[in-house]
Design a protein around this ligand. Sequence first.
Ligand code: HEM
Length: 415
Amino acid sequence: MNAPVPIDTSSPAYSLPLDRYDVSDPALYQNDTWYPYFKRLRREAPITYVPDSLYGPYWSVTKYKDIMHCEVHHEVFSNEIGGITIEDFPLDLQRPSFIRMDPPKHDEQRKVASPIVAPANLANMEPLIRERTRLVLDALPRNETFDWVEHVSVKLTTMMLATLFDYPFEERTQLTYWSDVAICNVRDPSSPVHSEQERFEELKKMAAAMSALFNERRNQPPKFDLLSMLAHGESTRDMPLKEFMGNLSLLIVGGNDTTRNSMSGGLMALNQFPDQYRKLMANPKLIESLVPEIIRYHTPVIHMRRTTSQDTELGGHAIKAGDKVVMWYISGNRDEDAIENPNDFIIDRARPRQHLSFGFGIHRCVGNRLAELQLRILWEEILPRFPMIEVVGEPKRLYSNFIRGIRHLPVRIPG
Ligand code: HEM
């Protein structure tokens, strides 16, 4: 494994002139070489205008407090005008969902989906999540190398998706496939689709498969699954096709990729910081603060984008209406002015929930407590079973500037 924080002094981050800095290159995240770039940006140019990138001009926001400013001023920093990713999508292929909306429509649709993660429903789901986690862990081989992502992270999150949608369990891998389609970078040769048109066509198939269930549930009494909730919600029951596709993709990706990568990222972090792994084994009560620290340290969503609805000012910079503003959560979570020793993975921080991984403000992640629950159960079940799970090779990472994904992670459990 790499040293905890790979500071490579030969990195171009130290020699490139700042006006040539563009942190939108997905290779930075696939190679995990982003640290020094953001370190220098935070110090020398925390808010900076990038006039030319693969995704056109954009403002780069790298410090915790400036990101928070954009998050809480949603009337200026809009999700609806340009979407949530640095990449713009062709108008005819856009799929609106409530994360790509501003109030009032955002608030109405969010209200429809949020009961799925109400405390009472989480408590209802806990025994099922625990039972499945036990089964998955008990089936793991000893003394041989296997892929943690395939055997644990993907399996558990796929089962969770089937539960959230009350989707036929034996067909659940379709949900993971659609999640991968919805989130992949079409320029990555290993992606399941290679153009926006192809992505749109695949997601149309998802909508077709889901619409039968959606219509069925509309004619049944309301239940506690996402399809039933959308089918009965006043602001969602008659969604046009593209909005149906958009909201399904949002809920599938939201519930899947981010949690999956936290399951892998947490194990990696504990292996990078063996003193913390030992501390955890000696005191399992620390799982409580371990979980948010995993989510901060891994930062599963690398950035969110906003578009300004009016001329404004941010940290002394004049930003024009219609400009693209990218909030780099991955950098805000490593901001020395907001988080003590941010490059260290410390499982007993005093305020572990002080991070940007779930965003903030009106779009703050609706599923944050569900994600934490899944991770808590995973570690509660791992600790009594296995003395140590060793990462035995380098992870393979996703080519993406949006999702910090781990595609493969070789591990071994000593028997
Ligand atoms: C929104 C991260 C798990 C559903 C978001 C946002 C982030 C995020 C960064 C946008 C926040 C903003 O713009 O201010 C994460 C991470 C997760 C996770 C890191 C796991 C570790 C989940 C789960 C669900 C979910 C399990 C499923 C139910 C959503 C939805 C939104 C959202 C529906 C849109 C909220 C809105 O626009 O009002 N999430 N998420 N997420 N997330 Fe999550």
